[in-house]
Design a protein around this ligand. Structure first.
Ligand code: HXC
Length: 512
């Protein structure tokens, strides 16, 4: 065969992965192939493949007779929304997308290039884990990837979409990356699958109940996003990328923005008359952010805190907001973990932080204490303390107790702290406070209930407002709700060139 024809033939062969039959079987399961996924992710015509002819080196178990060009992973670069992006896409039609020595080498090569050139890496994962026929070399391949994931963490964004079963080693690389997206009913993540679970613990469980999208987005918090199908998942991925700089040296992407009337009258009526009544903090977020820009992260997990990206005057910000509509917005283990991880991501990539605060405190009780609310709450505290990006807080209503300190207070490094006139900044709610500090007086009263109400009122008048904190400068300005957007636009503009240096150290020791 002529040299030119040989190349064209090999190129065609590489396109087919594990062969037509296995591609059909992948389609029958409602799944796209590795190449189809890349096609939908990258800008048209931009993808350049690297390593299409790589083959495995295993000669055991008859493997020498089964070699497929590319060895179960398509790797390369191109653009997403016009920006350089690296992608690896595991090919389930080749040994179930399992990771061989050479498959790992391809991913590592890509990650090294991404770090050198400062651009994100997207992993489209669909893999049965370590290639069983290869033994320790495939384990070594995983470890090589984990090491690179860790070294690249905080340098370039790393995002993992889970698009099929991901077992064993296949889950730990995504776990080190910044975000995990899962597809409902066709993607699974577990360290050991249902069969092993049954053998070891005698527990009978389906793949879906063990590690499906709903489990990981709602119960474990492993997944940040879920999508109804693969196309929706890829669209979410692109949207996520649109908020994020290419690397830790870059500023956030800036979109064209035309200023208009920035007052937001709808914000005046959001806080209910009764301080114990809930409201949805998303109504505040969507009013304040640029139209339709809010992109929520971890929607189904720890719903008492809302986190996500948005744009303010065209520029990305990260939002952390207590959610009074769920468990009164209390801080607990999961909400602290969720918010801490988000704050860390934003700080890695120069994304300014906006905090909306309405928090009655930390959730009390044995469940929380025994499972480590102390260590987990401290994660959020630590994450805010260490964050050097521009940081602004708006207290909409309650800011009680330790939660006042934790939620981006002035004292832990926030740059601008606003409060609405409805803010209540105190050690605790008026009832609890009155019961404790006026206990002796109340015990002497004949009508204790009435006396308590009077004392409660006394305490509330003193502290259930933002002015004590404003007197001290802990609040920079008390603002009307409708002024919030313009105040925030100006504050973040003023903070644009903020520089803060942390003390010289190897690294801090976040309470993990
Ligand atoms: C080699 C594998 C493979 C693997 C699947 N295949 N997993 N080949 N190594 N790990 C092959 C199958 O032989 C089959 O080949 C093809 O991929 C499709 O697999 P099926 O089982 O037919 O598909 P399905 O029914 O959809 O099940 C997918 C699956 C299952 C859930 C992923 O294959 C499975 O449980 N695989 C093993 C998972 C596992 O235990 N992995 C090792 C984890 S240990 P043919 O030729 O028929 O198409 C690990 C250690 C790393 O990863 C630890 C690092 C911290």
């Amino acid at each position: 065969m002529k040299k030119r024809e040989l190349l064209l033939k090999l190129r065609d062969e590489a396109q087919l992965g594990g062969g037509i039959e296995r591609i059909e079987s992948q389609h029958k399961k409602g799944k796209l192939t590795a190449r189809e996924r890349i096609h939908f992710l990258m800008d048209e015509g931009s993808f350049e493949e690297i390593g299409a002819f790589v083959q495995h080196r295993c000669d055991d178990f008859g493997m020498e007779k089964q070699r497929f060009l590319g060895d179960g992973v398509v790797t390369g670069y191109g653009t997403v929304n016009g920006r350089l992006t690296y992608v690896f896409s595991q090919d389930f039609t080749v040994f179930g997308g399992s990771l061989s020595e050479t498959h790992a080498e391809k991913i590592c090569k890509l990650m090294d290039l991404a770090v050198k050139t400062g651009a994100p890496v997207i992993g489209l994962n669909d893999s049965g884990g370590a290639r069983i026929q290869e033994g320790v070399v495939s384990l070594a391949g995983y470890a090589d990837i984990f090491y690179r994931n860790t070294m690249a963490s905080g340098v370039i964004p790393q995002i993992s979409a889970i698009m099929g079963p991901c077992a064993g080693g296949a889950v730990y690389s995504p776990a080190i990356t910044d975000f995990i997206l899962m597809v409902e009913h066709s993607s699974y993540m577990f360290v050991t699958g249902p069969n092993v679970v049954k053998t070891v613990t005698h527990e009978e469980v389906t793949s879906e109940d063990l590690g499906g999208a709903s489990v990981h987005s709602g119960k474990s918090g492993v997944a940040h996003f879920t999508a109804a199908n693969e196309i929706e998942c890829i669209q979410q991925l692109k949207k996520l990328l649109s908020f994020v700089p290419q690397n830790c040296e870059e500023k956030v992407p800036s979109f064209v923005y035309e200023s208009s009337d920035e007052t937001r009258p709808a914000l005046t009526d959001i806080i209910p008359e009764n301080a114990n009544q809930p409201y949805d903090i998303r109504d505040v977020i969507t009013e304040v952010a640029d139209a339709e820009s809010f992109f929520e992260v971890h929607h189904n997990f720890a719903e008492n805190i809302v986190v996500g990206f948005a744009r303010l005057a065209g520029k990305s910000i990260g939002i952390v907001a207590n959610q009074p509509a769920f468990l009164a917005g209390v801080l607990d283990i999961n909400s602290s973990r969720k918010a801490a991880r988000f704050v860390r991501f934003c700080d890695c990539f120069n994304i300014p932080l906006l905090v909306f605060e309405d928090v009655p405190g930390f959730l009390p009780g044995t469940d929380q204490e025994w499972n480590g609310i102390i260590t987990n709450g401290a994660k959020l505290l630590f994450a805010f303390c260490e964050a050097t990006v521009p940081r602004v807080t708006v207290i909409t209503r309650k800011a009680y107790g330790g939660a006042y300190d934790v939620m981006n207070s002035k004292h832990i490094g926030a740059d601008m702290n606003f409060a609405w006139p409805t803010a209540e900044i105190a050690v605790m709610g008026a009832k609890g406070a009155a019961e404790i500090i006026f206990k002796r007086e109340l015990d002497k009263e004949e009508n204790k209930a009435n006396a308590l109400i009077a004392k409660e009122k006394e305490y509330a008048e003193m502290f259930a407002n933002p002015y004590r904190a404003a007197e001290r400068g802990f609040i920079d300005e008390v603002i009307l709700p409708e002024e919030t957007r313009i105040k925030l636009i100006k504050a973040f503009k003023m903070l644009e060139n903020k520089v803060t240096n942390l003390p010289r150290k190897k690294h801090g020791n976040i309470p993990l």
